[in-house]
Design a protein around this ligand. Structure first.
Ligand SMILES: Nc1nc2c(c(=O)[nH]1)N[C@H]1C(S)=C(S)[C@@H](COP(=O)(O)OP(=O)(O)OC[C@H]3O[C@@H](n4cnc5c(=O)[nH]c(N)nc54)[C@H](O)[C@@H]3O)O[C@H]1N2
Ligand SMILES: Nc1nc2c(c(=O)[nH]1)N[C@H]1C(S)=C(S)[C@@H](COP(=O)(O)OP(=O)(O)OC[C@H]3O[C@@H](n4cnc5c(=O)[nH]c(N)nc54)[C@H](O)[C@@H]3O)O[C@H]1N2
Ligand code: SF4
Ligand SMILES: [Mo]
Length: 740
């Protein structure tokens, strides 16, 4: 059979670019990966990381069959049956001995990019019967989820910049030129940012580093790490002081504006300048510029989330947008409409749950089902968590040793576990400590549907991903692994779970349309896996064919036939209909958030006079967190895990360019290569995370030799938290650097 073209998106980052892939199925060979020029959403955009789909598929280090650690510490291949039995037996025995919550669970980032994972990991989560759930969320976007939950009733109702129509884009703590956009799925973001400028708009970046995004911006402001909440409060202060408040349509259902005015009084630009390092006149000018551009929007990501005041900063971004009437309006922050029906009007959600479960070591509450990533290390530690420590762990798609604070301590904790199973494709810094690894088949071997992207896209769309190759005979797709494992844990048949899931979905979605559930189930057929559920949700969703009631509407068959994204148009206003709060009202000044303002006030002096240097992170175009460094194509070139230091700071410490130095924090110490660079704000240094591919037991040949680097998370501190949401602090870590 000749080579054929297949169409699916690149599921590496949130941009989710539409690709076309030339492959020879017989030879199991990928011949070419290109951006799909016919894709209406990504229009041919692609970045170097897309080659990872081929790279991971071919990687000789990738694990393909279940492996179990022997008594001697060697790995042996075992059958799937043995593997599931082993996992279920060990988990069951340990839970019986120590209680259900002896088991910890960690879910990592790639799970969001595989629809099988997304729709089926609930089965193992439910079957594991433990509240002790950790994930990458509290090291990432949790303050945004938390704020949306408080303001709009539902965490996944996320404000997304309407980048195609805005005329002023104030971007804090994000580097979209490199990250390709986050909570803003906008493939080809560079072009979109240029387009803002071409139509006479402005692009302003606020970042302690003059980033790749700052380089294309009209203006860049250095800001002291962690201090965005002060800057944003000052914008609010000016907006009130200069009478620029104009809520527009939202005024009818928004409360708390007067409370915000009072809270902002103490944060005048003059009062916050020393904490932020941004002159008062600049802050004042930015507030005026925002108000004078009819389609301005304010956006923030990692640098405004994983900081000590992440919730306040994320909330203040919403507050500024709302006060200026830029919310839910074209050109401002808007709300996508997923075709699978996740954001349709519904009843009010119950109030946010703080606790009742608390961590063993520090008593930190679970917040809406999430435990702080920062508590992960200590929950494994016999000295800190005592008898109640985590003794068994299930990890899926995650590498917490390199991703979570106090990585070195996590590694020690993993060594002391009585059992650990990882659902992963590599033997890496985390999984080397497992007793059992259950691999899932790689991207090109399963059908996909860009599920999450529907809630973060700057333009409504759906995209189906064709399977390119069959998995190898011994390989299993993620959803199969989850179903089988869940079934073993419950002494049940995997098919039963699948059927229950389809039935629950049919009752929920078809029931709303008044359709007969049995008719719907019959039409869906009996093919196992996530696509039946996707089809069901699509057909019952806002653009769906409603099983014949709306014949021109969408179903999976039509989405598949498109062989590219199906464009569902620009974002449209959705408030107040989709609000899930009582009375569909927004309380801008909810105490769950505003109670933290006193802490902000009290810390102002500390920000104004930091001791030593402050460390921030840095993402790079040829990496994805910790897991693409093993691909020759992406690992080549010069060493990338380098510490950037401002010339004045280097001089004061006698640090030399390209020489090694010692960097230390309260948590740990590392040796790194120095790059002296005026792209840093004085007093701030930058080290990328996701490196540290060293030590015994890895099977990452390329990463270990080409880009080993060091683990930035050995330096991050697990103690400080963004208190309202429990999010970790990954930026603004006090460090010292000295010459070796
Ligand atoms: N200091 C610092 N730390 C950070 C950040 C930071 O900015 N600074 N960023 C944080 C953020 S935003 C995130 S999202 C987290 C990420 O944290 P994690 O999700 O824990 O880390 P990743 O490096 O994305 O690890 C992905 C894991 O999934 C595995 N994997 C990849 N593809 C597949 C697959 O198809 N199937 C299976 N089963 N496994 C797969 C990889 O082998 C790897 O073990 O890191 C956080 N950590
Ligand atoms: N190439 C590549 N792309 C990726 C990833 C990757 O690892 N590599 N990771 C993906 C993931 S998991 C995520 S979550 C997204 C993240 O997407 P982004 O948030 O856009 O990416 P970052 O590069 O982490 O950008 C954070 C910026 O915040 C700045 N910063 C640090 N501290 C502060 C502060 O206190 N205030 C302000 N204003 N700025 C600060 C940093 O200098 C940095 O430029 O990227 C995704 N895309
Ligand atoms: S921008 Fe993201 S989705 Fe697009 S090709 Fe690159 S890694 Fe893949
Ligand atoms: Mo992330």
């Amino acid at each position: 059979m000749p080579a054929e073209w297949f169409h699916r998106s690149c599921s590496i980052c949130e941009a989710s670019c539409g690709l076309r892939i030339l492959a020879d199925r017989e030879k199991r060979e990928v011949l070419r990966i290109e951006g799909n020029p016919d894709d209406p959403i990504s229009q041919g955009h692609i970045c170097p990381k897309a080659t990872a789909l081929k790279g991971v598929f071919e990687d000789p280090d990738r694990i393909k069959r279940p492996i179990r650690k022997t008594e001697a510490g060697e790995w042996e291949e075992i059958s799937w049956t043995e593997a599931y039995d082993y996992a279920a037996e060990r988990i069951g025995t340990l839970q019986e001995k120590y209680g259900n919550d002896t088991l910890g669970v960690y879910i990592g980032n790639p799970s969001g990019f595989d629809v099988g994972c997304l729709l089926y990991n609930r089965f193992i989560l439910e079957s594991l019967r433990t509240p002790r759930m950790f994930s990458a969320a509290t090291m990432d976007h949790f303050p945004k989820l938390f704020t949306s939950r408080v303001l709009f009733g539902k965490g996944s109702i996320l404000p997304i910049p309407d980048i195609d129509r805005c005329d002023y884009f104030l971007c804090l703590g994000a580097n979209p030129i490199v990250s390709q956009g986050s909570l803003m799925s906008a493939p080809g973001i560079k072009k979109k940012l240029r387009a803002v400028q071409d139509r006479g708009g402005r692009f302003v970046v606020v970042d302690p580093r003059r980033t790749e995004s700052a380089d294309v911006a009209d203006e860049h402001l250095f800001i002291r790490p962690g201090s965005d909440a002060y800057f944003l409060f000052s914008l609010v202060n000016v907006i009130f002081r200069e009478d620029l408040v104009s809520l527009g349509r939202l005024e009818a259902f928004t409360d708390g504006v007067e409370e915000i005015r009072i809270l902002a009084e103490e944060f005048s630009p003059e009062a916050t300048a020393s904490a932020t390092g941004i002159p008062a006149e600049t802050t004042q000018r930015i507030a005026r510029e925002l108000a004078s551009h009819p389609h301005a929007c304010v956006y923030g990501r990692i640098g405004t989330c994983t900081v000590e005041f992440g919730t306040l900063a994320s909330w203040l971004i919403d507050v500024v947008n709302i006060l200026l009437g830029r919310y839910d309006e074209p050109g401002g922050m808007m709300f996508p409409r997923p075709a699978t029906g996740q954001h349709e009007p519904g009843n009010p959600m119950p109030p946010i749950a703080i606790g009742p479960y608390r961590t063993a070591a520090r008593g930190l509450p679970m917040i809406d089902g999430h435990l702080p990533a920062s508590a992960f290390a200590e929950e494994l530690d016999p000295e800190r968590a005592g008898e109640k420590r985590v003794r068994a762990l299930v990890i899926t798609c995650g590498n917490p040793v390199l991703s979570m604070p106090a990585g070195d301590q996590i590694e020690k904790g993993l060594e002391s576990l009585e059992f650990m199973v990882a659902v992963d494709i590599y033997l890496n810094e985390t999984t080397r400590h497992a007793d059992l690894i259950l691999p899932t088949s790689p991207q090109l071997t399963f059908e996909n549907f860009d599920f999450l992207c529907q809630s973060t896209a700057v333009r409504n769309h759906v995209r189906y991903g064709e399977q390119v190759f069959e998995p190898e005979p011994e390989e299993k797709r993620s959803w199969e692994v989850y179903l089988e494992l869940a079934a073993r844990l419950n002494n049940a048949e995997p098919e039963a779970f699948d059927d229950i899931s389809v039935m629950q979905n049919a009752t929920r979605f078809a029931g709303k349309l008044g359709l007969d559930v049995n008719d719907v189930l019959r039409e869906l057929g009996d093919e196992r896996g996530p696509m039946r559920i996707v089809d069901l949700q699509l057909r019952c969703g806002p653009y769906g064919d409603h099983f014949g009631k709306n014949p021109d509407g969408l179903n999976l068959k039509k989405v598949k036939a498109a062989r590219a994204a199906v464009d569902l148009g620009p974002l449209t206003p959705r408030f107040p209909d989709i609000l899930r709060t009582e009375g569909r009202r927004i309380n801008l000044a909810d105490p769950l958030i505003t109670n933290d303002v006193a802490r902000l006030s009290s810390r102002s002096e500390d920000f104004a006079s930091p001791t030593g240097l402050l460390m921030i992170g840095r993402r790079q175009s040829r990496g994805m967190n910790s897991w693409l460094h093993n691909l020759p194509n992406l690992a080549k070139g010069k060493t990338r895990c380098i510490l950037l230091v401002h010339p004045d700071d280097a001089k004061a410490r006698g640090l030399a360019h390209a020489k090694r130095a010692r960097i230390s924090s309260r948590s740990g110490e590392l040796e790194v290569e120095i790059e002296i660079s005026d792209e840093m704000m004085p007093g701030v240094v930058s080290l990328p995370h996701g490196f540290g591919h060293a030590g015994k037991g890895l099977r990452l040949d390329v990463a270990e030799t080409k880009q080993p680097g060091v683990n930035a998370n050995a330096l991050t501190d697990a103690e400080p938290l963004d208190l309202p949401s429990g999010t970790s602090v990954a930026n603004g870590i006090p460090v010292e650097v000295s010459a070796l």
